[in-house]
Design a protein around this ligand. Structure first.
Ligand code: 5AD
Length: 350
């Protein structure tokens, strides 16, 4: 298969996804990198990632912090979150992402609202105030509005699997697919840059499913996408069920290939090099950036807590010292856009 022969319909995308020819995959990644540089430039935007809590009301069958798993739980104090955000500001990351397990209790909701207002006050010198992305799951429209009014302007909510049958296979019965989709449209209507994404290489997933994920990002007109390879967690029902999934090598290649295909499909959006890539390859996220991604999220969560945010088995990818932050990016082709919100060109043009 040749990159020039690719077609952008479901069949064409599925064929590209299914094709395991290493030369084709490498050519695709190079082409995506070229298109990225031509369209939005070589810059990589940073977001300091703050993993606020691993307490979760949801029970997703693949996730290591699901409600019914027994693991040490934590919640960062407001001061710890602010201190992490100050680290991000001091290093001129431009933006932070607050991510955590889904919680809908009033105390948590108010805490986020207070934090948003306080983060907006953090001194960033000559740079604009920190941009804030939230990734805190499904919430009511009112809560999304409250957080938007308090200063959040981007929200990441992965669809996880666009095919509703596949979605049902990896979630308990009471997790509604329609509710998730509705939440995404609510976010968009409120005015957020609503990002989405899916896991790559999960059990039961076909090349057509992955093609449909890409076509969904396009149809939803997502200004940003964060998607990453599935990494099995030893204690989850999905792993324990024994359902097969692609090898680590394939999941990694597929993760990069999905980034590359999406860059070609939507040249001017923000695409994150997901942390999950790093579990499969020590330079995984950097390889993501060289395959078309343009957003990198250095983890600024305090280390004692970070080790407990085990969505999957990530022992091999725990940040260690300065390499954990943007200094881990050593490829000379990578240019870091310091002190900027880094909104996607796509969103700015809307
Ligand atoms: N492997 C890869 N990604 C996972 N996530 C949760 N569990 C796993 C796993 N086992 C992802 C989900 C969720 C995000 C926070 O982490 O896509 O949206």
């Amino acid at each position: 298969m040749k990159v020039s022969e690719l077609t952008w319909d479901r069949e064409g995308l599925a064929a590209a996804i299914a094709c395991e020819d290493a030369a084709f995959e490498a050519a695709l990644r190079e082409e995506a990198y070229r298109v990225k540089v031509d369209t939005i430039g070589p810059e990589v935007y940073l977001r300091g990632l703050i993993e606020i809590s691993n307490i979760c009301v949801k029970d997703c069958l693949y996730c290591g912090i699901r409600r019914d798993i027994s693991c040490p739980r934590y919640e960062l104090s407001e001061e710890e979150v602010l201190s992490a955000a100050r680290t991000a500001a001091g290093r001129r990351f431009g933006s932070v992402v607050i991510q955590g397990g889904e919680r809908t209790d009033a105390a948590f909701i108010r805490k986020i609202t207070r934090l948003l207002k306080e983060i907006k006050q953090i001194d960033t010198g000559d740079d604009p105030p920190l941009g804030i992305t939230l990734s805190l799951g499904e919430q009511s429209r009112e809560v999304y509005e409250e957080w938007f009014d308090a200063g959040a302007h981007r929200y990441l909510l992965r669809i996880e699997a666009f095919n509703p049958d596949l979605y049902r296979k990896i979630h308990p019965e009471d997790h509604s697919y329609d509710r998730r989709l509705q939440a995404l449209y609510d976010l968009k209507e409120i005015g957020y840059q609503a990002g989405t994404g899916a896991m790559i290489g999960i059990p039961f997933q076909t090349a057509e499913d992955l093609a449909d994920d890409l076509l969904f990002y396009k149809q939803f007109d997502a200004p940003m996408v964060g998607m990453g390879p599935y990494n099995p967690h030893p204690q989850t029902p999905l792993t324990l069920s024994g359902a097969p999934y692609p090898s680590a090598e394939r999941r990694f290649a597929l993760g990069l290939k999905m980034i590359a295909l999406l860059r070609l499909l939507m040249p001017d959006i923000n695409i994150a090099a997901a942390t999950a890539l790093e579990v499969l390859d020590p330079r995984g996220r950097e390889k993501g950036l060289l395959s078309g991604a343009n957003v990198f999220m250095p983890n600024v969560t305090p280390r004692e807590q970070l080790v407990k945010y085990n969505l999957y088995d990530r022992k091999t990818s725990l940040p260690d010292g300065p390499s954990a932050l943007e200094h881990g990016l050593s490829d000379s082709r990578i240019v870091i856009g310091y002190g900027r919100w880094g909104d996607s060109k796509h969103f700015r043009q809307e």
